[in-house]
Design a protein around this ligand. Sequence first.
Ligand SMILES: Nc1nc2c(c(=O)[nH]1)N[C@H]1C(S)=C(S)[C@@H](COP(=O)(O)OP(=O)(O)OC[C@H]3O[C@@H](n4cnc5c(N)ncnc54)[C@H](O)[C@@H]3O)O[C@H]1N2
Ligand code: MOO
Length: 404
Amino acid sequence: MADKPLTRLEDALEQILGQVPVPDASETIDLADSLGRVLAEDYRVPADVPPADNSAVDGYALRLADLADGTPIAISNRIPAGAAPSALTPGTAARIFTGSEIPEGADSVVMQENTQLENGSLSVTSAVTLGQNIRRRGQDLAQGALALPAGTRIRPQEMGLLASIGHAHLSVRPRLKVAFFSTGDELVSPGQALGPGQIYNSNRFMLAGLLAEAGCELVTSDTLKDVRESTRDALQRAASGADLMITTGGVSVGEEDHVRAVMEEMGSLSLWRLAIKPGKPLAFGKISGTPVLGLPGNPGSVLATFLMVGMPLIRHLQGRNDPNITGDRVAVNFPVEKTSIRREFLRVRRAKVEERPVLEAHPNQGSGLLSSACWADGLAVVPENTTLEPGDLVTYLSFEELLR
Ligand SMILES: Nc1nc2c(c(=O)[nH]1)N[C@H]1C(S)=C(S)[C@@H](COP(=O)(O)OP(=O)(O)OC[C@H]3O[C@@H](n4cnc5c(N)ncnc54)[C@H](O)[C@@H]3O)O[C@H]1N2
Ligand code: MOO
C-alpha cells in the first residue's frame, strides 16, 4: 500500500463520505438547550411573523390623506404595544409606540420627532410618504414558508427565529458520540513530571476543544501505549458506543505505528496517505462498522487534518446542510519557492498593508509545532506543484470558518 500514489484531498473526502451513511436518529430537546445542535426536520412558519402590521417607531398613526390641507388633526386614541387597537376615527391620529399594532384606517406612521403638539392637536413638520414606518404583517416570515430546513446547525439567531414562530421544543440530531485515543509511549498528562524521553500529551486537549466546538460529545478520551493488542482491543471496545473514533499518532510507517496496522490487519483500512502537507499519513477505515479517522501524531498536523478532513466528516455525520466552505482569495506577502506534490496548508495570519488585506505566514511551519497555530488565524492553501510570489492570490480559510 505504501507504493500507491497519494490520494488527493477531494478524492479522499468523497471516498470517506461515501462509506459513511448519515444517521437518521432524532431526539426532542428544549429550545433553550439547542445552541449548536442540528435540526432533524424542516421547520415551517405556522402563522405570519409579525402577526399584524405594526409601527417601527414611537409616533402617530394616521391616514396620509388627512394631512392634505395642513390643518392640525386631533389625537383620538393611544395604542400601547400589546393592545388590540380599535379602528382609527377618520380625520384623527392615534398615539402609537414601536411594535404597537396599526389601527384599521391608518396608512402611515409619523415619528414623534417630526411632529408638533399644540392643544392636543398634531401638526406634521416633515414630508410623509404612504406606508412609512409600518412593518408589514408577515414581512419576516410568511405563514407556510420554510423557516429553517432539516440539517441547520442552530446558532443564537436560529434560536431566536425558532422562538419567534413559537417552538418551545425541537427535534434535533443526537449529539455525535466521538471516542478519541491519543497513542504513544512518550505521552504524559500535564500536571505530572516529565521523565526522560517523555512529552506532554497536547493532542488530547486540543481534540477535546475541537470536538466541543464542533458540537460533539466526547465519550472516551484515552491514551494508548504503542502496543498492537491493546490498541486493537481499545478500538474494538469503543466502537459500539461511538459514532466516530478519532486517533492521533501511529499511522506512519514505523513498526511502532499500530493504529494503521490494526486497521489493516482487520481488513478495514480503506484510505491511507493523502497528498496534503501536513497530514500525509492520515488513515481512514472502519472497526466493527464504526468509522475511524487516524490522524498523524504531530500536533500541527492534527489541527490541519482535523479541520480539513475531520470537520467535513463530522458535518456529514451530523446531517448538516451548510454550504461548502470556500474561504477568501487573499494575496500572500511571502514567496513559496519550492513546489510540492502535496497541497500545503500554511499557518497564516490576515494583516493589512496600505489598507489591502494580505496573508503573513509564520516562519516556522513545522508540523510538530503549536506555537505557529496559536499565532495564526487560519490556513492558506498552496496548490500542488505551485510556487508563489508576493502578491499572488491564494485561498485563505479562517479557523473560524473551518470550525463552523
Ligand atoms: N519514514 C517515514 N517517517 C515518517 C513519515 C514518512 O512518510 N516516512 N511521515 C512523517 C509524517 S509527515 C508524520 S505527520 C509523522 C506521523 O507519524 P504518526 O502519525 O505515526 O505519529 P507518531 O509517530 O506517533 O508521532 C509523531 C510526532 O507527534 C508526537 N505526538 C504524537 N502524539 C502526540 C500527542 N498526543 N501530543 C503531543 N505530541 C504527540 C510524537 O511524539 C512525534 O513527535 O510521521 C513522520 N515520519
Ligand atoms: O504529514 Mo506530516 O503531518 O507533514 O508532518
